[in-house]
Design a protein around this ligand. Structure first.
Ligand SMILES: [Zn+2]
Length: 412
């Protein structure tokens, strides 16, 4: 299993300047390598014998790719000796980032999505660097040893869990300071097994065998509320979502009133705004975790709408301001449920709002209709009806069937 823990760093003044210099150099390297790739594409988009006249005819050059660009780092270091101060793994990871964004731009992923043209990064958009490999013993006491930077004070607000090994380490500069994200790789043992047992396949989360099939819930996002369960429990949209919007506007206005770029006053206003964004993001995350924990503790099986189904996700997104957070919330629920031994089921969102949850008839209604009443006598709120539909369509879902078979074979 792989998890990530984030800790706050307390670098000294000189460490801070060093890390800032690194970020800036890495950013320039990133932009340079990106430009190298763009240039090659501009010049070699079509074979030379089929070249339109408007395109420049350049001698064919080698296409920039990951390993070539990595090898070329030697030249960079020779020309700009300041790059030798950067740990080589960190510098190579920068090339890896270019490769990744460029690949996502050229090739679609499995669901047919491509990301847009990679952008050159401003100072404010390049905020982190990664050690792709780091010693497992880098955290000692109150310090973390970062190669070429040294021992940096770290606030270990929670210990690194037993049985987990540090694999990579990313240093991030956020609005309120420096943080380190450690990706931890662990092998999990079941407590009943002897300590010298063979570790289980650690990439597949294990479903605990005592999942109660009856203890299931369907959840649906509403316009009015954050979430409605099939037991008609309503989680309202938190208050901070609205009040923060007001303050955001205020701070934005204050920033735009300071037109001179690069002045102290403008920098301060910008910092206030980014701190505000950070605060709201943290509030939202906290809220998501609390709701997710509540659900996972209460239910064994959680059915939700599948957001990955193309097109539907897009119409969903336009529905409410908080919907963007809905995907984030779902990933938290899925992860939390997996680590607690529960099951999450993604169901097709088609028709969940229109169908009657009791007789299955279609009761067409547009967005403004908040109540579902059917000829069969059922009358409940629109979102509650949808949540029950989500739960109903989870029954007989392949995930649950597989689980049932697994249980039968284990018991027998
Ligand atoms: Zn009905």
């Amino acid at each position: 299993m792989e998890i990530a823990y984030q800790y706050r760093l307390r670098p000294t003044k000189s460490q801070e300047t060093q890390m800032e210099t690194w970020l800036n150099l890495l950013r320039m390297q990133y932009n340079y390598r990106l430009a190298e790739r763009f240039k090659w594409w501009d010049e070699n988009r079509c074979p030379i014998n089929a070249c339109p006249l408007v395109c420049s005819i350049a001698p064919p050059t080698e296409q920039p790719e990951y390993y070539g660009q990595k090898r070329d780092l030697v030249q960079t270091k020779a020309k700009f000796p300041e790059y030798t101060d950067i740990y080589s793994g960190v510098l190579q990871d920068c090339i890896g980032r270019v490769e990744k964004t460029f690949d996502r731009f050229l090739k679609a992923d499995s669901s047919g999505r491509r990301s847009g043209r990679p952008r050159f990064k401003q100072r404010s958009r390049y905020r982190s660097f990664t050690y792709p490999q780091i010693k497992a013993s880098c955290v000692k006491g109150k310090h973390i040893t970062l190669p070429k930077i040294g021992d940096v004070k770290v606030i270990l607000h929670r210990p690194i869990p037993d049985g987990f090994v540090i694999k990579t380490c990313t240093v991030v500069h956020k609005a309120d300071g420096w943080y380190v994200t450690l990706s931890l790789h662990g092998t999990c043992f079941k407590s009943a097994e002897p300590p010298n047992a063979v570790p289980q396949d650690d990439t597949v989360p294990t479903v605990s065998p005592d999942v109660n099939q009856e203890n299931a819930v369907g959840i649906d996002v509403g316009l009015k509320d954050f979430l409605v369960t099939s037991d008609n429990e309503v989680v309202p949209i938190p208050q901070f979502a609205r009040s923060s919007e007001k303050r955001r506007k205020l701070l934005n206005k204050a920033l735009s009133r300071k037109p001179k770029k690069g002045t102290k006053r403008r920098q301060k206003a910008g910092k206030r705004l980014s701190k505000h964004y950070q605060k709201v993001a943290r509030q939202r995350k906290d809220f998501h975790y609390k709701v997710a924990n509540w659900l996972v503790r209460k239910y064994d099986i959680i059915a939700h709408e599948d957001l990955n189904i193309k097109g539907l996700a897009r119409t969903r997104l336009s529905k409410s301001i908080l919907d963007a957070g809905w995907g984030e919330f779902l990933t938290i629920v899925i992860r939390k449920a997996a680590s607690a031994g529960g099951i999450t089921v993604a169901v097709n969102p088609n028709g969940t709002t229109q169908q009657c949850s009791s007789c299955g008839h279609k009761v067409p209604k547009d967005l403004s209709v908040r109540w579902h009443s059917c000829l069969c006598g059922v009358s409940l709120s629109r979102d509650h009806n949808a949540a029950i539909n989500v739960l109903n369509s989870a029954e007989g879902h392949p995930v649950l069937k597989a689980h049932r078979l697994l249980r039968v074979s284990r018991n027998g």
